[in-house]
Design a protein. Structure first.
Ligand SMILES: Nc1ncnc2c1ncn2[C@@H]1O[C@H](COP(=O)(O)OP(=O)(O)OP(=O)(O)O)[C@@H](O)[C@H]1O
Length: 364
């Protein structure tokens, strides 16, 4: 027998909060989803102090639900919907600094906002996944930093964060005061990844408003400092993160990455038209994996087709800012945490040119 909404809620009504109320009576359960033996929901506390004390409650709820017939996995995300950081959090046991919980309801906001101290914000997007958007973001950030720009890189890909690996960092950013988050630093770039703040698998239960809240925290509560440009590595496609960012953030513009394949281009077109609808200027298209030169014989092949991105750029009247080759060396460099742009390889040159173009355009 599989669990139903009613059986889950009934089981959760046996979980008692420190104030004596049950989880259900206190109305803290949100976004309950049941499917394939998995139960996921959000525990929404009214303030961050209560949210901090919910660890044992979360454990109890998990134990009770796992004992139900047909439930094999339970995912719970605890959030607070008071203004984030409005109540300083106590230091964790062992004197560690308190850590700031990411994922909350958004703070109401009038119109688009910038990030104090940050001159330009550029979204790096792609319609389709896996076309190299994160690779381009990491390398462009490093190339701009090498040219003396103060650069921030925000990995906003909540479902598949890859910047920690590509930039070679993997520690959870600290929040010494429980209100601001100290970003990390690598290869001359100030770095923050939303993925470093969310326990594995929890983001999948987030709804639009929670994502919006998390993005607000990433932009407003990270101590970015003075930056010439903040690059945002977006999730692929045209989902909630893209919409939130386009509607709520003063973006200088967007760069859209595509491979020359038709399927990638169709999705890239969709991405471009979304930015246009949101009044975000599309600064240009970037063609990734455009050519492959055989390291043995020097033969040049166009594995994913040829000319498609240039044609598309012409059709849509947006500049084609770079054509980046498919290269094993670039892939290995990314996997090992040192983007190819940080090295002396000839493959760093196209990124240096792209960085120069953006500086000349006055957007970075
Ligand atoms: N020009 C390139 N040459 C060789 N390998 C590349 C190149 N660009 C990207 N890759 C490799 O392709 C894979 C996917 O790239 P990447 O993660 O940057 O794509 P993405 O569009 O950000 O993907 P996702 O949709 O998962 O966010 C990675 O292993 C990366 O190293």
């Amino acid at each position: 027998m599989s669990a139903t909404h009613d059986t889950i809620m009934k089981a959760l009504s046996a979980v008692i909060l420190p104030n004596g109320q049950s989880l259900v009576d206190a109305d803290l359960v949100r976004a309950l989803r049941i499917g394939n033996g998995e139960v996921s929901f959000v525990l929404e506390a009214p303030d961050s102090v209560l949210a901090q004390s919910l660890g044992p409650v979360e454990e109890k709820a998990r134990t009770i639900l796992l004992a139900l017939e047909g439930v094999s996995k339970v995912s719970i995300v605890t959030t607070a919907h008071g203004p984030a950081g409005s109540t300083p959090k106590p230091a964790a046991a062992g004197g560690e600094p308190p850590s700031l919980k990411i994922g909350r309801h958004p703070t109401p906001q009038q119109g688009k906002q910038g990030v104090p101290g940050v001159k330009h914000i550029i979204a790096i997007a792609s319609g389709k996944g896996g076309v190299g958007k994160s690779t381009v973001s990491a390398n462009l950030a490093v190339a701009l930093a090498k040219q003396g720009r103060k650069v921030g890189l925000l990995d906003a890909d909540i479902y598949g964060p890859s910047q920690p690996r590509m930039m070679g960092v993997n520690k959870r950013p600290a929040s010494p005061d429980g209100q601001t988050i100290e970003p990390l630093h690598a290869h001359g770039v100030t770095l923050m990844s939303i993925g470093l703040m969310i326990p594995d698998g929890e983001a999948v239960v987030w709804r639009g408003p929670m994502l919006m809240g998390a993005m607000q925290q990433m932009l407003g509560q990270v101590a970015w400092g003075e930056l010439d440009v903040l690059l945002i590595d977006m999730p692929p496609g045209t989902g909630d993160v893209q919409l939130t960012l386009g509607q709520k953030t003063e973006l200088t513009g967007a760069l859209v990455v595509s491979t020359p394949q038709d399927v990638a281009l169709i999705d890239a077109r969709r991405g471009i038209s979304m930015f246009e609808k949101l009044n975000v200027p599309v600064l240009g298209l970037i063609e990734n994996m455009s050519t492959y030169t055989c390291p043995n014989c020097g033969h040049e092949a166009h594995i994913f087709g040829h000319g498609g991105v240039a044609d598309e750029a012409k059709k849509m009247d947006v500049p084609l800012l770079a054509q980046l080759p498919l290269a094993l060396e670039a892939r290995i460099a990314g996997d090992e945490g040192t983007p190819i742009a940080a090295t002396d390889s000839p493959l760093a040159a196209p990124y240096a040119n792209l960085a120069r173009s953006l500086v000349m355009l006055g957007v970075a």
